[in-house]
Write a protein that binds this ligand. Sequence first.
Ligand SMILES: Cc1cc2nc3c(=O)[nH]c(=O)nc-3n(C[C@H](O)[C@H](O)[C@H](O)COP(=O)(O)OP(=O)(O)OC[C@H]3O[C@@H](n4cnc5c(N)ncnc54)[C@H](O)[C@@H]3O)c2cc1C
Length: 310
Amino acid sequence: MSPEEVTEARARRYNGTVISIRKPHPELMILRVQPDFSIMPHRAGQYCTLGLGNWEPRFPGCQEENLSESDEAKLVRRAYSLSHSILENGELIKEPHTKSLEFYITLVREGSNPQKPPALTPRLFMLREGERLNVGERITGHYTLEFTKPEDTIIFLGTGTGEAPHNYMIWELLHKGHSAPIVHVNCVRYKKDLGYLDIHNELMKKFRNYTYVPLTTRENSQSSKKFYIQDLIRTGQLAELLGGKLEPERTHVYLCGNPSMIGVPIKNPQTNQKEYPKPQGVIEILEGLGFQSDNSAAKNRGNIHFEEYW
Ligand SMILES: Cc1cc2nc3c(=O)[nH]c(=O)nc-3n(C[C@H](O)[C@H](O)[C@H](O)COP(=O)(O)OP(=O)(O)OC[C@H]3O[C@@H](n4cnc5c(N)ncnc54)[C@H](O)[C@@H]3O)c2cc1C
């Protein structure tokens, strides 16, 4: 595309401005975007889309793309959960997002399918403050606190940037004065991947019912056996954080991020039986302990809620 065509396409397709970027490291960012339109009422835990044109430059060292001329003029959009910084100057932020939206995004350098290079994040990571992008006006999603009660224990289990919707939900719970236990586990590769660590440490000091448990799978100091969220439950350590046992009748569990951590079962059409994926995910372990996952096909709400990122 010519520089004039790029200028015209940006003006036509982009409807939001990057107002701040914080990068805990070069491949992880907390992005704040101000849309040109009014942000629709929404709930913590929901998502919208972000988009950039294929004409935009890509972050160096990412899998190469081979775009046709017609593809170059297209906009690529992906879903992103709304995140939340929870605290500002040590105090709980008073408002939900009404003027700008916060996102927590990781750079994907290589696609899991070699034929499909990652399209959006290599471009998002080239953005600078003041630059423009496309923001979806619709904020949607079922992954919310809708069915929880004030006396319920809430457990958030996430991998990587799967922490994003949990941050917003934690803000909503604390903002509403939730006084029952809130346990938040985030599993990442390295400590540097815990982009909101300082905020969570501060929250633990301020709110006695809040516990943050970071798990790092690739730090040198740890033993050679990796310790995942599944292990935290199997070994009873998650229950210990809650006084010794998990009580399905008064607990809601939220799972977000990597599908293998979540482990959504499928129904075998031949046997009509539920089959869990291997290796074992969290849903199978929790259902063995008396929890029940949401089943959107049957429109059943359980006490395990999940959002898969891919
Ligand atoms: C409802 C929903 C909410 C989402 N919210 C977020 C969010 O808040 N933050 C975020 O970083 N991503 C989020 N994602 C994933 C996001 O939509 C993109 O898929 C991701 O940013 C990669 O985009 P891409 O175009 O570069 O690569 P894609 O072509 O979309 O993905 C290529 C591959 O990258 C891997 N991948 C995708 N997302 C991630 C990830 N988050 N971490 C590690 N590997 C990944 C998968 O193997 C995937 O097959 C969400 C997805 C969904 C469905």
